[in-house]
Design a protein. Sequence first.
Length: 137
Amino acid sequence: MGLGDKKSTALIVIRVTIAALMFIHGAARISNGTVDAFGTFLGSQGIPFGFYIAWAITVFELVGGVLFAAGMYTWIIGLIFAIALAVGIAIVHWKQGWFVVGTGSGGMEYSVLLIVAFLAIAFAEYKRPVRSFRSHR
């Protein structure tokens, strides 16, 4: 995907922006020293190995964010981010309602927007694997 047309450029801008958002999310968790608390929360929600999962998610937000911004492995990273955000909705945001601010607080609207953006980029970037039926002699 080059910068030659407006649609490609728009997708790049969205891809880099949402990648930066996820990177910042992970970086803030590390800089604020809240990864362990995140792990404790995950454990309290019945998720086994909460500490390790919290670190895995945090590292993925950093590494996946950089790779996604660079346009590498975008369809699979976008899918993983969308799944992680959907789980976040299920265990945190759903009970808070729809709105993040205004008539509510902590709701799911922002996560839904990110999920749609990640899935749209993943769909746009997906390339069907080419299978060869030729003999490899």
